[in-house]
Design a protein around this ligand. Structure first.
Ligand code: PMV
Length: 352
């Protein structure tokens, strides 16, 4: 028996991690190399929209390659298995034991598929954290949170922002000397109370699977006619947003948030080939929110991910009137009246 075999042999066990999805205010759109963003992005982690991942790990001395089974909601899922296999190839160097343990992975989301909530962010962050915890149990070495974020990024870019709670910045920017293209950093200590309890009600305009994936969308940015302008715009918005989050300027926040959401979709429409993910009801919601804000002077705004569903953002202090407005004016634009009320959350946790 070699020394590694002796070290690993008694180290079988089980780990269960819950990790959130996140919603970006300044959007990551376009990448180079392995998930290196062409521009910085800022998001906050959600509270209720989470992935719960359980991994049983067992030493297997005859194994020489990855050996794992992936189940989503208790059903074997070959498409995800293929994605995880690619992920394992990318992260193998961080986890030398990965080819000597059999893994049984089970994953579940608290939110529906195609709901406008990024499941790749919650699921890859949950996987990266689980593997890092297993690494510590097997080898005794703790993986620092920035490296956990970097590992999550190699699964899905936006997942690197989900390994922490609250507000997170990913991508190098002059204003934040510790920022990096490789991992996200937490910026909770720079957030004005006005944004510390931000609410996010997600309106499901359509539950259909989206026609164009984010992977394709990122690729279409490579030769996009507005690529340089977009990179400039995102950098300007990041600089302004960092100040805005510090000072608590709600008007500036609304302006950046809505401009980023519509710019993202403008980039999709003007790529080659161009495409639209927004639906007529997404635009009806845009109009209603703007009218409501104007009429009642309530600081509510929208953001949108790569799909037709709408995220309605507002301070906790306006929860009652905004949720009433959603119920009376916006639910009619949703598929089966589906709305998920979420809010900023504290980040990943181990669960039993
Ligand atoms: O992490 P990906 O490759 O699924 O890309 C996410 C892109 C957006 O959700 C549209 C924006 C973002 O920053 O999360």
């Amino acid at each position: 028996m070699d020394s590694k075999e002796t070290e690993y042999k008694s180290k079988s066990g089980k780990i269960k991690i819950q990790s959130p999805s996140n919603i970006a205010i300044v959007k990551y759109w376009g990448k180079k190399d392995i998930q290196i963003p062409v521009n910085p992005s800022i998001s906050f982690s959600l509270k209720n929209s989470v992935t719960k991942t359980t991994i049983d790990y067992q030493f297997n001395k005859d194994q020489s390659d990855f050996d794992f089974i992936f189940r989503f909601q208790n059903n074997r899922n070959k498409t995800f298995e293929e994605k995880i296999h690619q992920f394992f190839i990318r992260i193998n160097s961080f986890f030398p034991w990965l080819t000597q343990f059999k893994l049984n992975i089970n994953s579940d989301n608290t939110f529906p598929h195609s709901s406008g909530i990024a499941s790749s962010a919650s699921s890859f962050s949950a996987l990266a954290i689980s593997l890092s915890e297993i690494h510590q149990k097997i080898t005794g070495e703790k993986i620092q949170s920035e490296l956990v974020s970097e590992i999550a990024r190699l699964g899905s870019g936006s997942a690197c922002r989900s390994v922490y709670g609250g507000w997170n910045l990913w991508g190098q920017t002059e204003q934040s000397p510790n920022s990096s293209n490789k991992f996200a950093v937490n910026i909770n200590n720079q957030i004005h109370p006005a944004f510390q309890n931000i609410q996010d009600s997600i309106l499901l305009v359509s539950s259909d699977k989206k026609a164009i994936s984010s992977t394709v969308g990122h690729q279409l940015m490579e030769n996009h006619p507005y690529k340089q302008g977009r990179i400039q715009q995102a950098n300007n918005n990041i600089n302004t947003l960092i100040d805005t989050l510090k000072t608590g300027d709600l008007n500036s926040f609304i302006e950046i948030t809505e401009s980023e959401a519509l710019s993202l979709h403008g980039l999709m429409m003007s790529s080659s080939p161009g495409y639209t993910l927004l639906l007529p009801n997404s635009l009806n919601i845009v109009q209603q929110i703007r009218e409501f804000r104007e009429q009642y002077n309530i600081p509510v705004c929208f953001t949108i991910d790569a799909g037709p569903n709408m995220h309605v953002l507002y301070p906790e202090s306006n929860k009652k009137e905004v949720q009433e407005f959603i119920q009376t004016k916006l639910v009619r634009y949703c598929d089966n009246a589906q709305v998920i009320h979420d809010e900023i959350g504290e980040g990943p946790v181990a669960i039993s």
